[in-house]
Structures are given as C-alpha cells and as structure tokens.
Design a protein around this ligand. Structure first.
Ligand code: ATR
Length: 294
C-alpha cells in the first residue's frame, strides 16, 4: 500500500525529522543520520520540540517554511497528529495513532504507524524462520505500543492473544476496536487479570512486555515464569536498559529472549524508505553506536 503513495518533487536536500515534547532524549537522529551518511544521501533529520499549544501552527511551519519531506511523531503527539492527516494508512487508522508522516507532492499529509512492522521485523531478525501461525501470545500492557503490536500479531495470523494491563478498561477498548479484524481471521482475543503469576503460561509461545516497566528509573516487571513453556520466547520492547529484569529472569531460566533496540531501528527504517526512497540494511554497527548512547 505504501508503494502507491505519490512521491515528492525532486529537491536538492530531503529534509526530515522527529517531533515530540520533550525530544532531547530521542535516538532517531542517530539512526537516520547514520544511514544518510552510509548511503550518501543528501538529506537531513533533525529534532523539533513541539509543545501541545499551537500544535497545528507548528506543523504548518514544519511543512511550509522548513519544507520537511516527512517526520516521525513521538510522545505526546501520536494521536493528536492523526487529526491533521489528509490520508492515513489502513494500519494507522486501525491502530488509532501515527508515528510516521510523509508530505505528499500535492502538500497533503499522509500518516502511517510503523511500530507494528518494527516489532515483527525485529523478531524475525532475531529468531530466524519464526512461524507466527498457531502461536498463542501474552501481551502485557494496553497503551499505544501494545495496540500497534496486537494489530501486527493479528495481521500475522497468530492463534490467540491474551492481553493483560494494570488498567483493565483499556483492554476492552482494544478488543472492541480490533474485533472486526480478529474475528475475520478467527483469532481469539482474551482479557486477563493483571498479575505476577499466570497459570496458563504453559500454553503461551510469545510473551511481550509493552509497558514501560523495566525502563531505567522505573519499577521492574516481575513475573513468575516457572510454569512457562520451554520453547517460549520473551520479548521486551524496552531498550534502555537493553537487558531488563524481565529478560534477565527469562535468560536465567534458559528461555530465548528478544531485546527492544532492534524494534527502534526497524520502525525507523519504514520512515527512512518513505522519505529517502532507499531501504537500508539492518546494521549491527548502528546497534553498537546506539548502545553507547543509552
Ligand atoms: P506507549 O505509547 O509507549 O505504549 P502508553 O500508551 O503510555 O505508552 O502505555 C504505557 C503502558 O505501560 C500502559 O499499559 C500502562 O498501564 P496503564 O494502562 O495501567 O497505565 C503501563 N504502565 C506504565 N507504568 C506502569 C506501572 N507502574 N505498572 C504497571 N503498568 C504500567
């Protein structure tokens, strides 16, 4: 679907960036500037700290005065930015948030969400030939990232998704919103009471932390995994630190783990291709550079 988007008129410098508030911590410029240099593309990627006040005016300025070709959107604007989009990908529409914007040649704003692709591609990079069909997943968390991940798992045709969250009403909203697509694919979506022990863990193939628990300066996600399936994979989307207590615990019990840094890189590559018409390869060198910045 993304390939059918009209391309911009050729410009000498292709300008892009990331908007958020605050934005100083963002690693996105490191990722995009690494690939711009590597591919010798005449482009820029900058941080723009955009407050909620006068949001629409600030976006107009980025498009019409700063002449950005596209940009990433991060906290707290992922939902707000949706209302300014003239066109939305089906993925962004269904998730209800955008993180990647492309300015079309006619000046209209196209919005997409690349978190789900980032999540899936990272898993596929780290677990070769991973087969999504028939797997049962436990998703911890029901925020924006969780919605993108659940959407991606539904599209991959998993068999069932169990969702747990501190605030249960957010799960009901996810299940209601995704019921049309999950039921058309015969995928079960279940609400699970938030806990540290899940007695059905012996049936779960993929356990994903989508909450901010485990992040630097946050509480840990402490899960009793003594009854988990031997083949289960533990995936944390937190990347700072790279090895959260959730993953360290799984590693100690000899489970396979997937860290979150690759998702950050993979979701960025979707925007890069959209703006610069080039799809770079996943880079282990870049991973190292980012790890040094964490
Ligand atoms: P993102 O866009 O990164 O997903 P978010 O939408 O703010 O961010 O979602 C954050 C997730 O982390 C939510 O599932 C949140 O749980 P609530 O919906 O109950 O707020 C979860 N989370 C954050 N802090 C938490 C904590 N201390 N304990 C449990 N869950 C927490």
């Amino acid at each position: 679907m993304l390939s059918s988007i009209p391309q911009n008129n050729a410009r000498d410098i292709i300008k892009s960036g990331v908007i958020g508030f605050p934005i100083s911590h963002s690693l996105s410029p490191t990722i995009h500037n690494y690939y711009l240099k590597q591919l010798k593309i005449n482009g820029t990627y900058e941080k723009f700290e955009i407050p909620i006040e006068n949001f629409e005016q600030s976006i107009n300025d980025l498009i019409h005065n700063k002449k950005l070709n596209g940009f990433n959107v991060t906290i707290p604007h992922k939902e707000r930015m949706m209302s300014l989009c003239h066109h939305l990908s089906k993925t962004a529409q269904q998730i209800g948030a955008v993180n990647t914007i492309k300015i079309l040649s006619n000046g209209k704003i196209f919005g997409h969400n690349s978190d789900g692709d980032g999540f899936i591609n990272n898993l596929k990079n780290q677990i070769i030939n991973y087969n999504f069909s028939k797997i049962k997943c436990l998703v911890i968390g029901a925020g924006g990232a969780s919605r993108a991940i659940i959407h991606a798992l539904i599209n991959r045709g998993v068999s069932a998704i169990y969702i747990t969250n501190r605030t249960t009403c957010k799960i009901s909203k996810i299940i209601d919103d995704f019921a049309p697509i999950s039921s058309s694919k015969n995928i079960e979506l279940h609400t699970v009471q938030y806990s540290q022990h899940y007695n059905f863990l012996d049936q779960i193939d993929l356990i994903i932390n989508t909450t901010s628990l485990g992040m630097i300066n946050q509480e840990s996600l402490l899960l009793d995994i003594s009854n988990a399936k031997k083949s289960a994979i533990f995936y944390d989307i937190v990347y700072k630190p790279l090895f959260t207590n959730f993953l360290l615990n799984a590693k100690q019990h000899n489970f396979r783990i997937v860290t979150g840094l690759g998702m950050l890189i993979e979701q960025a590559l979707v925007g890069f291709e959209l703006w610069f018409n080039d799809k770079p390869k996943y880079s282990l060198e870049l991973e190292k550079i980012l790890l040094n910045k964490l």
